[in-house]
Design a binder for this molecule. Structure first.
Ligand code: MRU
Length: 366
């Protein structure tokens, strides 16, 4: 483990040995930039389960590297099947996990074992570069919406953007999804300010989004989740933009718990609510998000306790609730398509509907 003082470009990269994988341990952010090395499929699986890596696209890429690591150790059919079975169970909601594992399996299964390790690493490298390009394209399309929103404001006033959770560059390979237009706007000198919703109980907003936007010099203010409705009501927000973990063929969106409440509040106050995601986040096999998307149930301890930085060198956990208080921890919620103003994807902007998705991607529920 080592500390870095310079901005870290990627959330995950191949080590100099050319086969092991290095990640930023996101459970330590924002207090420490700890680099962890994944040397085996099980390391990749554990990194996803413990949320050292998290965010739908990064979960998918990490799982793909998990398959590559498994093939390096043992390229047999049994090893491929075991890697798939282990990795697919690591987290249930983000569909990018299945998308990446299906791609790897479809590529590797027909190949002779001797060719699998090289082919696996080559495919993950392609997925990595594709993710960067995809997010950049999402950023370009989102930027057009930001520009249009800025035109309605007094000259020089910053665009007031609200986001939730972390759909940023550390949830992807680069740029992020919801943050991509923010980074592009900043790079082009457009005035922006981001309301970063803390995102209880794991605080991805307060810990991760505030860290990565701050590292790039984007003006931000962290708010409690409960403040969102109030700020929207006061006219202090021009638009809300979030990422997604799974989007159904009719446009329902699973994202971090608390997203749904923001969408309802945004609708009540006529503030645009955008969801940014790549095609790999669309689950074309289902329609009704509330009924069909599995919602991850996490340890209630994440609700009853909070982890933070206790001093210059010490992380620690404190209990918030009375001892023995029952708690429940649904990690995601589903926002029905009707509350969403538009989708921002690598193919462009579309209505949050089956027709909108079909028009962009030329696909529909299979
Ligand atoms: O539980 P997490 O931190 O993996 O949840 C992440 C989110 O909900 C993100 O908003 C989503 O994955 C989009 S990441 C580009």
């Amino acid at each position: 483990m080592r500390r870095k003082t310079v901005p870290v470009k990627r959330s995950l990269w191949l080590a100099p040995d050319g086969w092991s994988v290095q990640i930023i341990d996101q459970t330590k952010l924002p207090h420490e930039v700890a680099i962890v090395r994944l040397r085996a499929m099980e390391d990749a699986a554990r990194a996803i389960v413990t949320m050292q890596v998290r965010g739908a696209p990064l979960i998918g890429i990490t799982a793909a590297y998990g398959v590559a690591l498994a093939m390096r150790a043992d390229a047999s059919n049994a090893s491929l099947a075991k890697a798939y079975a282990r990795l697919i169970k690591t987290r249930p909601t983000a569909i990018n996990l299945r998308w990446a594992l299906d791609q790897m399996r479809a590529l590797l299964q027909p190949l002779p074992a001797a060719e699998r390790p090289r082919a696996a690493y080559a495919r993950v490298a392609e997925l990595v570069e594709a993710d960067v390009a995809t997010n950049r394209a999402i950023g370009e399309h989102g930027l057009s919406l930001f520009r249009a929103a800025l035109k309605k404001k007094k000259s020089g006033e910053p665009l007031q953007i609200m986001t939730h959770c972390n759909a940023g560059r550390i949830a992807t390979l680069d740029w992020g999804t919801a943050t991509a237009p923010i980074y592009l706007a900043q790079a082009q000198g457009l005035p922006v300010h981001v309301w970063v919703s803390e995102t209880r109980p794991r605080n991805q907003g307060a810990a991760l989004t505030a860290w990565e936007l701050g590292e790039r010099g984007v003006p931000l203010t962290v708010i409690s989740d409960n403040a969102s409705g109030h700020l929207l009501q006061r006219g202090l927000v021009d638009l809300v933009i979030v990422g997604a973990d799974r989007v159904t063929a009719r446009g329902d969106v699973a994202n971090k718990i608390g997203t749904y409440l923001k969408a309802i509040a945004a609708r009540a106050h006529c503030v645009p609510f955008y969801v940014a995601f790549p095609e790999s986040t669309v689950d074309w096999t289902i329609k009704d998000g509330v009924a069909e998307i599995p919602i991850e149930q996490r340890d209630p301890r994440e609700v009853t306790h909070v982890t933070g930085w206790l001093g210059k060198t010490r992380r620690g956990e404190v209990r918030l609730t009375p001892e023995g208080a029952a708690a429940r921890n649904d990690a995601f919620d589903v926002t029905p398509a009707r509350f969403i103003t538009a989708f921002i994807t690598e193919r462009g902007v579309c209505r949050a509907s089956a027709a909108g998705l079909k028009r962009l991607f030329q696909r529909e529920k299979r």
